[in-house]
Design a protein around this ligand. Structure first.
Ligand code: PLP
Length: 425
């Protein structure tokens, strides 16, 4: 199965004779065994199978296998949210006393998770500009650095990551590159093809695509050689006493060690599973991901071009525009298109942007992005309303900034809506 479209529709699930055509929802917390020995083998990780849905569930695993196939990975797991995916991806290899280098252009929730919550857990983060030089990136690493982290297309800054350069830097320092590929989706970019080692997703966004289920996913490329840096990754390369001393890399190989450890330790201890019902909705969303992404990107490109030529708009950020600072990088990493999110400034600043938002009819005011329905956010009057104009500018969110997530409505209706709201300004 090679085409990305075929993998969206059929990946991860091949029913046998007379079996359900659609992925079955196994809405069961527990599984039944004939003997205690059968069950004991599962608890020792000596046999494959299901015993409790906090660790693994067949519906979730089937949908994870579809995403694994889309990314070209070796193993994958679903999580209850994108936040959980990024937390587990990092926490699986970094402990108290360790250090991680991350791009500063990342989702606000991830920044908080890293800079506040994981810092309290004793993990230190250094943030680097996504546009740093190789030398600046090298300088951020320390002997106790365990991972490098970035987003393919940053939410909401819309910077495009130089994945190849980041992957080379990570590997020079003997650590994996973790890439949050939420905005691009594997339809538009597969970070493993550029050297990334682990990919994460908030499946809440384009993968579900209909604003119906919060979820996340972690995919491992199976290529990072943990044993070559065994002293750095003892969790993967030395015995786990909670499973009778198994060694993940020895028992499960390079392909499965990372995901097996995250499932059998982190899911066991912390939970954050995706429900089988949500996984089913995610699987359904994935079936049209390739078709939706193409339309999201085409409409966003047209909207970005319309806005760039409008007298009431002072600036537009979309990496598909020739003048965008990330145009060249997008041509390399995202030749089929980037995503449906466009940001721009309304002439007249905070007040003008508020007036514009008030007059929108097709686009709805929401904090969400990457939905079939167009949605729009003015951070200065909503999510960032406590901040002064000066504080907003320092945070990279100018008072006039509007973020528009272009949905799947008629392009004519979208442009007419933007046009009439702008004439009210
Ligand atoms: C939304 C988002 C997250 C967090 O995902 P949730 O599913 O909301 O927990 C992480 N990364 C990116 C890039 C996002 O857009």
């Amino acid at each position: 199965m090679s085409g990305i479209e075929t993998r969206c529709v059929q990946g991860g699930y091949t029913p046998g004779n007379g079996e359900p055509r659609q992925i079955p929802i196994i809405q069961s917390t527990t599984f039944k065994y004939d003997t205690s020995e059968d069950m004991g083998k599962l608890f020792d990780l000596q046999a494959e199978g299901y015993f409790y849905s906090r660790l693994q569930n067949p519906t979730c695993d089937t949908v994870a296998a579809r995403i694994c196939s889309l990314e070209g990975g070796s193993a994958a797991m679903l999580t209850g949210s994108g936040q959980a995916a990024n937390f587990y991806a990092v926490f699986n290899i970094a402990n108290a006393g360790d250090h991680v280098v991350a791009s500063s252009a990342i989702y606000g929730g991830t920044y908080n998770l890293f800079a506040v919550t994981m810092k309290k857990m004793g993990i230190d983060f250094t943030f680097v500009s996504p546009d740093c030089t190789e030398a600046e990136l090298d300088a951020a690493f320390r002997p106790n650095t365990k991972a490098l982290f970035g987003e393919t297309i940053a939410n909401p800054a819309l910077c495009v990551l130089d994945i190849e350069m980041f992957a080379k830097a990570a590997h020079r320092h003997g650590v994996p590159l973790i890439v949050d590929n939420t905005f691009a989706t594997p339809v538009n970019c597969r970070p493993f093809e550029w050297g990334a080692d682990i990919v994460t997703h908030s499946t809440t966004k384009y993968m579900d695509g209909h604003g119906s289920a919060v979820g996340g996913c972690i995919v491992d490329s199976g290529r990072f050689d943990w044993d070559a840096y065994a002293e750095k990754y003892p969790g993967l390369t030395t015995p786990d006493e909670s499973y009778h001393g198994i060694i993940y890399t020895r028992q499960f190989g390079r392909e499965k060690a990372f995901i097996t450890k995250a499932t059998s330790q982190l899911m066991r201890d912390l939970g954050s599973v995706q429900s089988p019902q949500s996984a089913f909705l995610l699987g359904l969303g994935l079936e049209s991901l390739h078709v939706r992404m193409e339309r999201h990107c085409a409409s966003a490109q047209a909207v970005a071009e319309f806005l760039s030529g409008h007298e009431k708009i002072t600036w537009v950020r979309y990496c598909g525009l020739k003048g965008d600072p990330y145009y060249a990088r997008a041509q390399k990493y995202l030749p089929k298109g980037s995503c449906g999110v466009v940001s721009f400034g309304v002439r007249g600043g905070r007040k003008a942007a508020e007036t514009f938002m008030k007059h929108l009819k097709v686009a709805a005011i929401e904090t969400h992005v990457a939905d079939a329905r167009t949605c729009c956010l003015h951070p200065a009057s909503a999510t960032h309303r406590q901040m002064s104009d000066e504080e907003l500018t320092a945070a990279g969110v100018s008072p006039d900034l509007v973020r528009l997530s272009v949905g799947l409505e008629s392009l004519e209706d979208l442009i007419a809506d933007l046009d009439q709201a702008l004439s009210a300004v």
